[in-house]
Design a protein around this ligand. Sequence first.
Ligand SMILES: Nc1nc2c(ncn2[C@@H]2O[C@H](COP(=O)(O)OP(=O)(O)O)[C@@H](O)[C@H]2O)c(=O)[nH]1
Ligand SMILES: [Mg+2]
Length: 421
Amino acid sequence: MATASSRYLRYILFAVFGLLVVYFLSSSSIPNTIHRPTGYFSTPSTEQVAVHDGPPPEKAPSNPLHKAPEPEEGSKLDTTGTTPNLAPEFPSAAAGGPRMNATFVTLARNSDVWELARSIRHVEDRFNEKYHYDWVFLNNEEFSEEFKKVTTNLVSGKTHYGLIPVDHWSFPDFIDQEKAEAVREEMKNKKIIYGDSISYRHMCRYESGFFFRHELMNKFEWYWRVEPSIELYCDIDYDPFKFMADNKKKYSFVLSLFEYVETIPTLWDSVKTFMSKHPEHIAEGNALGWLSDDEGDTYNHCHFWSNFEIGNLNWLRSKAYLDYFNSLDRDGGFFYERWGDAPVHSIAAALMLKQDEIHFFNDIAYYHVPFTHCPTGEDYRLKHKCHCEPGKNFDWKSYSCTTKWFDVTGLQKPDGWEKEV
Ligand SMILES: Nc1nc2c(ncn2[C@@H]2O[C@H](COP(=O)(O)OP(=O)(O)O)[C@@H](O)[C@H]2O)c(=O)[nH]1
Ligand SMILES: [Mg+2]
């Protein structure tokens, strides 16, 4: 009995010992480097990247893809078995050429951070990791540390965080509060989207008349507006800011459509008042024909969708635009109705700029719920690695105003547009 149990004990000890040997061998064979395949952006002798323990650096390197990580002091990269990529056609990591005085700009709440993170990732992957433009974030409340950490880590340019002055985000004293409240109640009953929202109205007024005057924006000449939850579907391998500057463009769009009539019943009356007060601001060669089918008598509700915009800040800061905004603002429609910044910007651009100062970016493939702009033209889509579904392109559908834009301005529609109607 005693002999049998000591034999079992021996077996168990052997088994435990065997397991320990296996464990020791397998754990000691894990190398302390991650092996990466030679990639597009990897630079000679960096195919192996040292594993860094501990928290990431406070400000991540502007874009880790463009800079080989420095080996930690004392550590030596093991390059055995790897081949540096010295091919002469190896592409440079960042685009060359001059940068414009430009920035991305986003108005956002702290709670938008993760939806915005997705947008930033799209913008960086498709464009900005080659250009490193700055990004200005604006909010009517202080940005949280989390918001700043997440966004700074994703943006490859410098980030700036601005608090909106209270008087840019509040009711002007000439607004009759009771009247405004009654409108909100009525719009709520009619189930008009954002009809009962005060903050949405402040947002629309801010985007219409103030964002370009925020002190953080003053040093810039060009802006590209980005909202949470947007997507970019194609590589952008040139600089749209530079394109705008080189071609004397002031405003641009990718999607256009008809505005909900219920949100702007008196906007056009207000615009007509402005036009009669300030005829000097109405440009020769404007695009009135795109806004009105009866030479200005009534508005056809066409507007550029302003959640995407690349534009010139000096134009928005001009006397012409400010006279226009102030005139509309005094009429109270941001609060007595629910005027959106999209028709407000669009009408200004179509009346106060020449047609050819407004640019349609067919090549910037874009999504903001629920509409897609997927560039017409298969060649382009293939060359630029687009991942949008051409059948979802909104441009030539009946609720879009882009066909009208081409017709009014005499532009030639891209080949293949008829197949997407
Ligand atoms: N700071 C701040 N940003 C807002 C507020 N409401 C909307 N926004 C931002 O304004 C933009 C438009 O708002 P969004 O909800 O996308 O409106 P929609 O696209 O018209 O449905 C987005 O960039 C939002 O993050 C708000 O109350 N405060
Ligand atoms: Mg939005």
